[in-house]
Design a protein around this ligand. Structure first.
Ligand SMILES: Cc1ncc(COP(=O)(O)O)c(C=O)c1O
Length: 384
């Protein structure tokens, strides 16, 4: 993939997506033919191509990954008060979809090896009240999920696989997003393939598929009863233009994954020289890192803080993004008293306090990666 330096005034944004020629051609076709709403050939094509790519039968394209989570969890038909296991360290959407339905989120701390939800803790927190688990893969590696899937199957607990950050990733050779009852993806501009904003739900279950399709589209009635609605749904539709972008991106998925791996490995080759940080690794026994982003975690007891480092990077025109704030630390959830104040999630807190990620969008050049990595090294050595 050819890369050019696209940042203006030498500013390196945390993410710049890569748009290929196919997307422009397909979007032009939508505009030229007037098919710009959610009706139109590209929505269906994107659903078909994306579900086939991920080895699932059905795909439902929606307006965001958050919308996909809302729909996926509602489609499971759980009862108020049912417990749903989720990671403490993830985007707030994971807890929101549970809380909005009156379900009870049970938090799991991260492991510090790959920053994903800790598998042993998931198994320990499964109780009679557990009705669903959202397995959420974070930053580049999937959760080592075999045991969780086995136990969930045995106990008839529903599994939603949140593969928002994991487009094109595999787990023991099988596509992420093909596990559990239902899975979701995000196509926000910083995802491996983007539609600007967007998301997808995948499942092999025909009933869940029909329910999700209905929930995406205000649960319209059938035939003459069109405007007499069956349930409380949303308008979470994806437009034909967004899907057109998705179709173009998906055509380029192989070189996207290849380039993402190169970006990650290049950062590793520079940053492994520092003993002050933990960085993402390239391989685990079940997966190769696809580096959704390139994350950096400051080791404990180093003299400079994360905020000082990211401010210094910004002074050198390098934008970064801090890691997520864990669910139990979210001010809205504290105000709502959703989580027990005494519960501690030490690793999630450490990640949140000391973690950030570097510019790692697809359009970054090798020269920019060198500059970012070496500037960070110098800051850590107190030379900048
Ligand atoms: C793990 C995870 N799930 C869900 C989402 C929500 O996706 P969206 O931003 O498209 O709503 C994100 C967003 O980054 C995410 O990282």
């Amino acid at each position: 993939m050819k890369m050019k330096l696209i940042s203006k005034n030498n500013f390196i944004p945390v993410n710049v997506p890569k748009i290929f020629k196919e997307e422009k051609k397909y979007v032009k076709k939508c505009l030229d033919t007037g098919w710009i709403s959610s009706e139109g050939e590209y929505v269906k094509k994107f659903e078909k191509d994306f579900s086939r790519y991920n080895k699932r039968i059905y795909g439902i394209a929606v307006s965001s990954g958050t919308a996909a989570l809302d729909i996926a969890i509602k489609s499971l038909n759980l009862k108020k008060g049912d417990e749903v296991i989720i990671p403490a360290f993830s985007i707030i959407s994971t807890a929101l979809c549970v809380i909005k339905l009156g379900l009870k989120p049970i938090l799991i701390d991260s492991n510090l090896k790959n920053w994903n939800m800790d598998v042993e803790q998931v198994l320990n927190k499964i109780s009679k009240k557990t009705k669903a688990i959202i397995i959420t893969h974070i930053y580049g590696f999937p959760v080592d999920m075999n045991k969780i899937l086995q136990v969930a199957k045995k106990k008839k607990i529903k599994v939603i696989e949140d593969a928002a950050e994991m487009i094109g990733q595999t787990y023991f050779g099988r596509m992420c997003g093909s596990f559990g009852d239902i899975s979701i993806f995000s196509f926000y501009a910083n995802k491996h393939i983007t539609t600007g904003e967007g998301g997808m739900i995948l499942t092999n279950n025909k009933k869940l598929y029909s329910k999700c399709k209905s929930l995406r589209n205000l649960c319209f009635g059938v035939g003459k009863n069109r405007f007499n609605h069956d349930d409380i749904g949303w308008n979470y539709r994806m437009t034909n233009m967004q899907a057109a972008v998705g179709c173009g991106q998906l055509k380029n998925i192989k070189c996207i994954i290849k380039r993402k791996k190169q970006i990650g490995r290049k950062y590793i080759s520079i940053l492994k020289k520092s003993d002050k940080i933990e960085i993402q690794i390239a391989k685990l026994k079940y997966s190769e890192n696809i580096f959704w982003v390139f994350g950096v975690l400051l080791k404990k007891n180093i003299k400079i803080s994360r905020d000082q480092i990211v401010n210094k990077l910004l002074k050198h025109n390098i934008q970064t993004r801090n890691f997520f704030i864990p669910m139990h630390k979210q001010k809205i959830f504290q105000k709502m008293k959703i989580f027990n104040k005494k519960q501690k999630f030490k690793n999630s807190e450490q990640l949140s306090k000391n973690g950030f990620y570097l510019p790692s969008g697809l359009a970054i050049s090798n020269k920019e990666i060198d500059f970012v990595g070496n500037t960070l090294l110098k800051i850590l050595q107190n030379k900048k």
